[in-house]
Design a protein around this ligand. Sequence first.
Ligand code: AHR
Length: 496
Amino acid sequence: MQGKLTVDPSNQISKIDDRVYSALIEHLGRAVYDGLYNPGNAKSDENGFRQDVVKAVKDLGIDLIRYPGGNFVSGFNWEDSVGPKEDRPTRLDLAWRSIETNQFGLHEFMKWTKQTGTRPDMAVNLGSRGIDAARNLIEYCNFPGGTYWSDLRKKNGADKPFNIKTWCLGNEMDGDWQIGHKNAEEYGRLAHETAKVMRLVDPDIDLVVSGSSTREMATFGSWEETVLDHTYDDVDYLSLHRYYGNEENDLHNFLAKSVDFDEFIGGIVAVCDAVKARKHSDKTINLALDEWNVWYHSHKQDDEATPWQQAPHLLEDHYNFEDALMVGTMLITLLKHADRVKIACLAQLVNVIAPIMTDDNGVWLQSIFFPFMQVSKYGRGVTLAPKQESATYDSKDFKDVPYLDSLAVYNQEDSEVVVFAENKGEDAMDFSTDLRDLNAKEVVEATQFYGYDIKQTNEDQTMAIQPNNDVQLDGNVLKTTLQPLSWNMFRIKVSD
Ligand code: AHR
């Protein structure tokens, strides 16, 4: 089988925004309690922050952390999470039918982002609450002082404002599972009014308005149109969420879902631009893909979980090798949309549908950790428009799916082109990348991730990225073999 990627430095899609390597941390299951925060554990510091988790988060190069949810935020009273820990109330978390102690709250979160070198992306509750709670929260976080809420922040130990730049206007408000679910008219109006007061407190914020929670919603498309009709001038980003699973145990159909992902993103871009055209606006709304991942392994177990526990085991998918390939092809797909996808949050980060898992003794890294880490580390620069040649296959739901999924990122600062390539086929592929006018000097690094049973998971920590020693550079053309069902990366030094 043959596969070829041709790129041209003059044909660029866009600079990749650092915020596409972001993640969601929700008060859900063992994400916060046990995951980030585990006082008394030998691996935790004096704040109760697991240092092994801090290291793994840094290794992933995460930028924004979307917090505190997810569905959780739609029933959350942020005031419960500040002040002396002994005075914080224990509440029922109705979203996940769990007990929330509020021992990890806003100040702890801000401290944790400092330790991990991440930045907050804060969601306000537009489910059970609304404008008033949102304006108070932003005053608490971003106003310098001399008012009730900003002085309370100071009293609680943070003299300087948190200056949180990015804010989400609720979460998945189109879904009837959401606490305070609304129709598009109701949500659009509320989001508009909330954005207005939040900007009155701090005009420099970036706002994300909630789009559809999945492409399968009956209101998909019309939700976005109505919501943007109300909020086009108020917000900067529209959110979209997408999870995939392999419930049918059909590997090739599963990996082909990147085609759906591509169409999903493209469709939302089209809706944003249709509203722009109708409004005769100069402003372009970009996308915040603020939840994406593989999620399905834990569904049955979660349905049977006992309610009203603290830090229960929920959404603890154990990812296998085919899931890593799926995450790889999703990463390539979202980078192809780097011109419009400016924020993307892997959902989630620790213990809950996560690349990083903890137990009492330490962390273990899931299969999906590896492609994410490589793309986050080396996928910095400009996406070059890919011209690809590859054999294709038909699967149950998709036609003409290329066996090859590949992309090149040009990092001008480091004079490097980084190629990410996935072989979705069960045969080895002769692969070449033609760099055209970029003068290839040497291959700095070539790696491959392959050879595992597709159902193998990584609890025993045996999975690892391996070197690929069979790579030739013939002028500006890189030649190698992509192993069957493999994730690959090539870093090539270039001179311009
Ligand atoms: O990430 C898990 C859940 O998925 C989030 O709470 C919700 O926003 C989405 O449905």
